[in-house]
Design a protein around this ligand. Sequence first.
Ligand SMILES: C[S@@+](CC[C@H](N)C(=O)[O-])C[C@H]1O[C@@H](n2cnc3c(N)ncnc32)[C@H](O)[C@@H]1O
Length: 352
Amino acid sequence: MSYNFIDLFAGIGGFRTGFEKNEFNCVFSSEIDEHAGEMYHANYNETVFKDITKIDEKEIPNHDILLAGFPCQPFSIAGEKKGFNDTRGTLFFDIQRILKEKKPKAIVLENVKHFKSHDNGNTLKVVLNALNELGYTTSWKVLNAKDFGVPQNRERTIIVGSLNGIKFDFNKLATQEPIYIKDILEDDNGQIEYLEENDYTIIENQKKQSSGLIFAGYRNKKIRTKGTRPDTLHLSRVHKQPNRIYSSNGTHPTLSSQESSGRYFVYHNRKVRKLTLKECYRLMGFEDDFKLVGSKAKLYNRIGNSIVIPMVEEIAKQVKNQILNKTDDIIKCKKPIKQISLFDFINEKLAG
Ligand SMILES: C[S@@+](CC[C@H](N)C(=O)[O-])C[C@H]1O[C@@H](n2cnc3c(N)ncnc32)[C@H](O)[C@@H]1O
């Protein structure tokens, strides 16, 4: 059975690819960023609708499932307060008005890990209350990309809602054995950027952290010496994320949407090298034939904003099994209404 979805805050289509791999069909996409729109067109041959706040919900095609990796914004109201218009002025309000009009059978929302604690938990509470008010049964969990076969420690809050009363069970998601940075590196084709030996320091006793990361060393960038205690000078370098170097035998930290220079350095075969753009896209589960158009800076921003495809694929599979197929079963099980003509009705009555 094939289901239709809409791709809101679509970015470069991470959600879309994961759902399409499970034979879902995209019927509408919205994305405001010009460059993301160009990449979307290059890869899916589809022109996105731009600002979602300007789109009338009645114009959006009917769909079975709404997907949205929406930006995290605070609400001025407290979680307990109810009322459809309470969230007006936020991008979540646009999701709400589409749900109210279109009533898709299921929804999947994605946000950053700290969404659950954002504004002391109020943001999540408002979102869940609003979805419940619209008839959705919700569940949520923080998932980590490294559990889905990509070597990136990337935690994201996922909310799944269903209109048929089924509570999505995150425990049914199939997880995979970890793989490491070295498993996704390109062969050295002469294009790899290496650091000079005196540009970095490699530490002894490299240990794998519970996140899977192995901190291997740091770039010898200028440090702030004023007011620093003796023997702690290196710490001011280490504490800057773009100075850190991780071992290729471990997991990579979260790729950031703020990092437009691609300062991701790994220690591999006793040398320090920068990850290539292709490797960054692999760290999010994009295939090598995914078309990268535009400047390097924009391509780094886009990938840091996206969602890890193998994780989405698994969510899509379970949403289909747990919610959508079940919704169809419920509809099939309902006794069909017997339709009789007026002639038969009168005859039945006369026959007593
Ligand atoms: C966290 S990203 C989602 C990325 C996406 N999941 C992907 O795989 O690339 C949020 C996206 O929302 C877009 N956005 C923000 N405001 C918007 C608006 N008013 N209308 C449409 N898109 C918007 C941003 O440009 C950004 O690409």
